[in-house]
Design a protein around this ligand. Structure first.
Ligand SMILES: Nc1ncnc2c1ncn2[C@@H]1O[C@H](COP(=O)(O)OP(=O)(O)OP(=O)(O)O)[C@@H](O)[C@H]1O
Ligand SMILES: [Mg+2]
Length: 352
């Protein structure tokens, strides 16, 4: 059964419905539906302080997208979380089977989570085991229960969608990469640069070694432009996208450069962390996704800075679609922003 991959970011709700046939390299993926709706700025990153407006905005956006893009009523949706309301951490613990993992994690996790253990939902994924030490490395994921329930409530409010599974942004992007590059053993860096978050996932031999989340995305550029030019948030966004000309474009470039330097510094820190454990670590490729990947010249700039081949990640390059229904130029443009929803759409199809 197909599920709608719903990536509810702090800037936009992105939905994707795929038809999948086969698995691995021989899989064919066909685009069935796609939708995107902007969310009110500053609402979705206030889940903890203001859960009701966040939940309502989320429900409204999901309903609007599901209706307008004919994604269908009564379908299951796969959502993902990110930000302060969840924690993702690589930990080391004694070897258990994937089946026993949850029970063992509940005991292990307490020391890593800054919330009372009964306020979170815990899950984990075994990354690798070391037979010599009897230890394994596990990706621990803990999400605030109230937020998870808020997500489920928002889905119920749409009266159109039912929850399938709730995933994590960075892992959904990794799943998208992994699906399109089966059996890859590459040292790839995945960057998801959204509005308020930058996710850095560093793969070592094809598996996530480090996942970092930084609270600085493309919205920072918009905010800084708003201040520098004394304009409205909407005008600042238009200046950023090049839709509103300004007399001093150098000032825009300066603001952009400052934020890009921050992103690069964050990548540097994450790389240093990896090299503390694996001194010879060298990335083979950097793949950039998220709405801020659409910035002209950003991939080239990051590539220059890290001296690594850097590309925009566009999942639609591997998807079949009917050009009478979907505009190829639009798909090519929007692809990077759909990386997380792609990962949700394919993974949940497999899980159900
Ligand atoms: N053509 C473009 N050039 C530069 N930036 C763009 C472009 N199009 C969209 N953006 C920016 O991308 C961001 C939205 O990206 P995305 O949809 O990935 O974010 P999000 O998932 O909602 O946010 P987050 O993951 O941070 O919560 C916004 O800051 C927007 O201004
Ligand atoms: Mg996002």
């Amino acid at each position: 059964m197909s599920v709608i991959g719903f990536d509810i970011g702090t800037f936009a709700a992105k939905a994707l419905l795929l038809n999948l046939k086969g698995k691995g390299r021989s899989a064919t993926v066909t685009l069935a539906g796609l939708g995107i709706a902007q969310l009110p700025v500053g609402v979705m990153n206030q889940w903890e302080e203001q859960p009701v407006p966040a939940r309502n905005a989320m429900a409204a956006a999901m309903k609007a997208v599901a209706k307008s893009s004919k994604l269908g009523a009564g379908k299951f949706a796969a959502l993902s979380m990110s930000g302060d309301t969840m924690i993702i951490k690589k930990i080391t613990m004694p070897v258990t089977s994937q089946k026993e993992l949850r029970a063992s994690l509940a005991l292990e996790a307490e020391q890593y989570i800054p919330y009372p253990i009964n306020e979170v939902i815990i899950d984990g994924h075994i990354l690798g085991t070391d037979d010599q030490t009897g230890q394994m490395s596990v990706l621990l994921v803990a999400a605030r229960k109230d937020v998870v329930y808020g997500y489920i409530q928002a889905l119920a409010f749409t009266k159109m969608l039912k929850p399938a599974v709730i995933d994590v942004d960075a892992l959904a992007f990794f799943n998208a990469y992994d699906f399109l590059n089966p059996d890859s053993r590459e040292n790839v860096i995945l960057l998801d640069i959204g509005a308020n978050l930058l996710h850095i996932t560093i793969l070592y031999e094809g598996v996530p070694h480090t996942i970092k989340e930084e609270s600085i995305g493309g919205q920072r550029i918009t905010d800084d432009l708003e201040e520098a030019f004394g304009v409205s948030p909407e005008e600042a966004e238009a200046i950023k996208l090049g839709a509103l000309p300004v007399s001093n474009p150098y000032e825009v470039a300066e603001v952009v450069d400052r934020v890009v330097s921050n992103w690069e510094a964050a990548i540097d820190r994450a790389l240093e962390g990896v090299r503390a454990e694996i001194p010879e670590y060298t990335p083979s490729r950097i793949l950039v996704a998220g709405g801020s990947a659409l910035f002209k010249g950003l991939a080239e700039e990051i590539g220059r800075r890290f001296q690594v081949s850097t590309e925009i990640f566009n999942p639609f390059a591997h998807v079949k679609f009917n050009p009478k229904k979907f505009d190829p130029a639009y798909l090519n443009y929007i692809g990077p922003q759909m990386a997380v929803s792609f990962g949700l759409a394919i993974r949940k199809v497999e899980t159900l």
